[in-house]
Structure formats: structure tokens, C-alpha cells
Write a new protein. Structure first.
Length: 60
């Protein structure tokens, strides 16, 4: 991986932009993010809310 972090707008599952986030985070991580966004009433990127994805340490 070349990128350690990305700042992105929030995107709904199934959209093309959401699929691009899969290059930076696995499905479990994106699912947790989506749950938190819904739980705390975040809006989609059109309204200005964003997410920051940072690569964690590798598990050995």
C-alpha cells in the first residue's frame, strides 16, 4: 500500500465512491464506519460530512 491515510466524503454502500473506499479499507471497517455514521446522523458528502481512514498496524 502506498497511501497510509485518506480524507473522504461519506458515501452510501453501493455507490461508486463507496466502492473506491474499499481500496483503502476492508468491508468490516467500512461496515463499522457506516454504522457509526447512521447512529450519529452524519450526512453524506454533499452536505459536508467526511471520514478519515488511517491504516492501522499490521497484525502478526
Amino acid at each position: 500500500m502506498i497511501v497510509d491515510a485518506i480524507l473522504s466524503g461519506t458515501h452510501e454502500p453501493g455507490t461508486s465512491h463507496y466502492e473506491l473506499l474499499r481500496a483503502f479499507a476492508d468491508d468490516d471497517t467500512l461496515g463499522r464506519i457506516d454504522h457509526e455514521l447512521k447512529t450519529h446522523a452524519y450526512r453524506t458528502h454533499e452536505f459536508g460530512d467526511s471520514v478519515f481512514l488511517e491504516r492501522g498496524a499490521l497484525q502478526t
